[in-house]
Design a binder for this molecule. Structure first.
Ligand SMILES: Cc1cc2nc3c(=O)[nH]c(=O)nc-3n(C[C@H](O)[C@H](O)[C@H](O)COP(=O)(O)O)c2cc1C
Length: 333
């Protein structure tokens, strides 16, 4: 297909950073638009031709609020999701191998999580629309309008999240919503005001999100509570969020309630009936038509998130030998 016939592809093929010319680098650049806890962007990438490796960067862990690295790996999972969206939107077919298995090895700064091999393909209207949503996505911490979010939208968002492997539940029931409201307030009282991650070049910006009764609430959960499940939750978060953007919905994760052990337990027991583990609560809603867009948040320079090809202890390995390779490209946590 000629580029003239594909304006979307033309726009997204333009590098966001001068010098980023290869398709794989453009994919990485776009993947870095993914949401991350406290905008820590705790990832690093190794690019070799049309192969991309995603690594977690443990130097960017906020151990006071994320001692196990759960939110760090959710953020990396979101970046992995966005890398796939970027590749497809740019006309590539990504084949993903995952290595997340067992406990993270915090003794090494970088931990390889996944590999994407890009094969030539064609962008479709669907993949182009997802890529547009990726570019439009922002965390919106403002109050939403009182227009309720219809149940079918929430169901569709949950279906997108589930398609990437995690559980996702809309919180409709009035009693559950009251319980969640109490747990959110309790978490705010209990949590310390956390300073920006000192290791992060980009500070934690924005006021505490404000919830309202009309807001949509979706709880991302999993059966396991391990690195593989957390990364999968991140991929689901990415899918849910782009699905929200495509419907014109604004979104913001509310991680405080799952950061505080007591309120996380409360969600698990009183809202999930001990059937699943809460991983992240997401608030969605409508912004007023007249509302200005939320400015794009900062990102680390591309050069700062790229690993050289020969860093000791992080060399490439055959994806087929990875413990978490999955023929469907997805793992159910
Ligand atoms: C695991 C995770 C937890 C997050 N928790 C919160 C939160 O509690 N409150 C909030 O306002 N934003 C939260 N965010 C959103 C990030 O702050 C946001 O993605 C980051 O600042 C980058 O901004 P952007 O999403 O507009 O690109 C979270 C994001 C992730 C991935």
């Amino acid at each position: 297909m000629s580029s003239a016939a594909h304006p979307q592809r033309d726009a997204t093929r333009r590098p966001l950073v001068a010098g980023a010319r290869s398709p794989a680098l453009r994919v990485v650049e776009l993947a870095c638009r993914a949401p991350s806890v406290r905008n820590s962007q705790p990832w690093a990438w190794r690019v070799d031709g049309t192969t991309i490796e995603l690594h977690a960067d443990w130097d960017l862990l906020t151990s006071s609020t994320d001692p196990t690295g759960r939110q760090l790996l959710i953020s990396c999972g979101a970046a992995l999701h966005h890398a796939q969206v970027a590749a497809r939107g740019l006309g590539w077919r990504p084949v993903v191998s995952r290595w997340v298995d067992g406990a993270p090895d915090l003794s090494r700064r970088h931990e390889r999580l996944a590999r994407l091999d890009l094969f030539p393909s064609e962008a479709t209207p669907e993949s182009a629309a997802d890529l547009t949503a990726l570019l439009q996505r922002r965390t919106d911490r403002r109050r939403f309008t009182s227009w309720p979010v219809p149940e079918e939208h929430l169901r569709a968002l949950c279906a997108s999240a589930r398609s990437r492997g995690s559980l996702a539940l809309p919180i409709h029931d009035p009693v559950d919503r009251v319980r969640v409201g109490h747990l959110l307030s309790r978490a705010r009282r209990l949590s310390r005001t956390d300073p920006p991650n000192p290791g992060s070049p980009v500070s934690w910006a924005g006021p505490v999100p404000t919830e309202d009764l009309s807001d949509g609430l979706v709880l991302l959960c999993s059966r396991a509570d391990d690195p593989a499940a957390w990364t999968t939750v991140g991929e689901s978060l990415g899918a849910l969020w782009l699905s929200a953007v495509r419907r014109g919905l604004a979104a913001v994760p509310l991680s405080g309630v799952v950061e505080v052990a007591e309120t996380r337990e409360g969600l698990r027991g009183s809202v999930l009936g001990d059937l699943a583990l809460p991983q992240l609560l997401v608030r969605v809603g409508w912004q007023t038509i007249a509302a200005k867009g939320v400015p794009r948040s900062e990102r680390r320079a591309l050069a700062d998130v790229l690993l050289p090809r020969d860093v000791p202890g992080t060399a490439s390995q055959d994806p087929a030998s990875g413990p978490s390779s999955h023929p469907t490209g997805h793992k159910v946590p």
